[in-house]
Design a protein around this ligand. Structure first.
Ligand code: HAM
Length: 440
């Protein structure tokens, strides 16, 4: 007898309550506040280095990522969220910022701007990944890009410096910049050849993805995280032995700048990064575990030089260098190490109203205080004095303002010190000045 197939609902689509989509999470006020602080600091630092903010759409044509991020990358092969419009176009939720910013650079004629053109953006991205620590399907990046007329190593160094500085100012210790050069169009074919010949006849020891990628994009094999591929990777030819003299010189200059800046770096000749557009310098920033701390397996950010992407998209030959930091990963480290950025709690006064007239006048009174930069908490829907005093206590406000019927008629108000209980009646015209005096 055939059994009737059960009408199974996808996870999260329960009949009565919904959950957020797998790998996507709500940012509740406590985390949102940390996120905002990180964004503020990042903006401040990037603006200091003369980056200007840009915002590109959440969706782009799918073809943009096929052409730039690369068809044989995890992102394009497995991780795109795509959609078809009613008009039949295939779009993709952006999995990274760089291609969209490159497209915008060309579309808006930025090649005619004075160079370098330094841009930054902050916002959400989407990758269909298996959710795990530090890996989500919707996540946020702080992204910075430098477009220049020359591929001068000083831009690589300044780019890395700005990226490092954000993490450093967040007090993340034990940072290490893993850095490598993957050569240019002249020398990369030699390295490719060496890799293909090394892996030849060893296909059986590779994962399915690597077997398929070997003839198409052998560099991707060095980026593979599958345990089965690790032993071979460790013996693979390394990039430094194959790059040309120009690329070697460029890399040496980058390292000299980093030395001058006393930035901590480690050469990693197997670092290739999981995106196709890079040339010459590539880097990732990690934090090494402090004593007794578990290893933090993920990079906080990464990037590199990409001197061919703009031309690949139909623009003029343009040198470029950029990176992105993962915001959730930064917050994870700040949480684990208990170093969330603290800020002086903003002192707030609690407004208590009693009676109709006071309630009616409360909104205008709050506006007066806003004008004087005094933060107010209120509970306008509550009527009883006791309930409002309890709320003031819970809010830990140093001062309560008691606005009763009599005071509302007389254009005055009572200021109550919540610690000592001392009260003083003051005219409304003097209120901002009196509050500031008492808070100081
Ligand atoms: P990426 O290495 O793919 O580079 O991402 C940069 C950072 O974003 C990672 O180091 C990580 O912190 C964070 N990240 C990536 N995927 C996830 C995820 N699924 N969940 C949470 N965080 C994640 C890029 O995106 C390049 N566009 C960077 C770049 C800019 N290169 C040149 N310019």
């Amino acid at each position: 007898m055939q059994t009737k197939p059960k009408n199974k609902k996808p996870a999260g689509e329960a009949s009565t309550t919904f959950q957020s989509v797998k790998g996507m999470h709500d940012v509740l006020p406590a985390e949102s506040c940390v996120q905002e602080k990180i964004y503020r600091l990042a903006r401040e630092i990037l603006e200091f280095y003369n980056f200007n903010s840009i915002a590109t759409p959440l969706v782009e044509y799918l073809g943009l990522y096929n052409r730039t991020t690369g068809e044989a990358t995890d992102i394009v092969e497995k991780q795109m969220f795509t959609l078809k419009t009613k008009g039949g176009e295939t779009l993709a939720l952006r999995p990274e910022f760089t291609p969209g910013i490159g497209r915008a650079y060309i579309q808006h004629g930025m090649s005619h701007y004075p160079h370098p053109v330094k841009l930054f953006t902050i916002g959400p991205l989407f990758r269909y990944e298996q959710p795990q620590a530090g890996r989500f399907r919707q996540f946020n990046q702080i992204d910075a890009e430098i477009f220049s007329t020359e591929n001068d190593a000083i831009y690589d160094a300044q780019g890395i410096l700005a990226c490092y500085r954000i993490l450093d100012e967040l007090k993340i210790k034990n940072l290490i910049i893993n850095i490598n050069t993957i050569g240019c169009i002249t020398c990369r074919p030699n390295y490719r050849k060496a890799l293909v010949s090394y892996y030849k006849n060893k296909e059986k020891q590779l994962c399915t993805d690597c077997k398929r990628r070997l003839p198409v994009n052998p560099l991707r094999l060095l980026d593979c995280k599958e345990p089965i591929c690790q032993p071979l990777k460790e013996q693979a030819p390394n990039t430094l032995d194959y790059v040309c003299a120009t690329c070697k010189k460029h890399f040496k200059e980058v390292l000299e700048y980093l030395d001058n800046l006393a930035l901590p770096y480690a050469l990693n000749p197997y670092l290739v990064r999981g995106l196709d557009y890079y040339s010459k310098t590539v880097f990732e920033i990690n934090t090494q575990p402090a004593e007794g701390e578990e290893k933090i397996d993920f990079a906080l950010g990464g990037g590199g030089r990409y001197d061919y992407l703009i031309e690949e998209l139909g623009g003029r030959p343009t040198s470029a260098f950029g990176w992105a930091l993962g915001v959730e990963r930064i917050i994870d480290v700040l949480h684990t190490r208990n170093i969330l950025p603290s800020s002086r709690p903003k002192e707030k006064v609690f407004l208590i109203h009693i009676g109709d007239l006071a309630k009616r006048k409360s909104l205008c009174l709050i506006e007066t205080l806003r004008h004087a930069h005094i933060n107010v908490i209120e509970s306008l829907g509550k009527e009883s004095l006791a309930a409002q005093l309890r709320a003031a206590d819970k809010a830990d406000a140093p001062l309560a303002l008691i606005f009763g019927q009599k005071e509302a008629y007389e254009e005055s108000i009572i200021i109550r010190d919540m610690k000592t209980g001392a009260q003083e009646m003051v005219p409304l015209t003097k209120l901002p000045e009196m509050i500031k005096r008492k808070l100081n």
